[in-house]
Design a protein around this ligand. Sequence first.
Ligand code: ZN
Length: 283
Amino acid sequence: MTSLIRYVPGSGPLVLDSPHSGVNYPEDFRPACDLAILRRAEDTHVEKLYDFAPALGCAWIEALFPRSYLDANRGLHEVDTGLLSDPWPDPIEEDAVRLAKVRLGKGLVWRCTDDGLDIYDRKLSSAEVRARIENCWEPYHAAVAAAVEAAHAAHGYSIHLNCHSMPSVAASHATEFPGLAHPDFVVGDRDGTTASTALSQRICAILRGMGYDVAYNHPYKGVELVRRYGDPQRHRHSIQVELNRKLYMDEETLQPHAGLAALRANLHALVQELRATDPRTLD
Ligand SMILES: [Zn+2]
């Protein structure tokens, strides 16, 4: 099987990853719903917005598989057993907050779209889900872990930006806040547990200085990828950056619009500034 992830190791302290921008729909996916509807789950074009990252020495990890096939921003226990045709052999999620997401149809393998439409007209076998984990989740997480370790080993700290985009308005089954109009950016560090709050606030300030409307930890705090790799006490900072799709694309046609170049230039400036920021000197 060809690789379902792209990993470009870096030399600097920054690690960027895009878990939801993949558009290579594997043959064994066999969804029952329309591809056009399914594609709305993608953080489409996020990889284009940050395509400057490797040239700046940042490590870059990108999922090429679609988020609706396997969501790399979930834990391995977040399996929706209602979607399976046979018993799941491994432990399943017990935490109430995480379980709520699974019940919404947004576990490791999604049951329904953001609009609440069923993705499949069949049950999936445990072996099928296991194969997705082995082909997608494991190599993706191995790459992020390796990149964070390498950055930390070389510089004594790491800054991991977990890169996403969000629709301009939250859909009915997307989050706990259906119908919410999103700001331009939402910066999340799980309430200061995955990064130094001074660093996260610095990112908010840089973006506000560019004229953006920026929220902090609301309505998105960050999920599995920042939770797993962020450990600010050990100088490993992981921050989720959600940006509004209306800034760079037509949300109906998924085509990028003229705003993409300006947004990309601003993200380039943000990353440049972070390259010159040692979080140990903040606070
Ligand atoms: Zn995302």
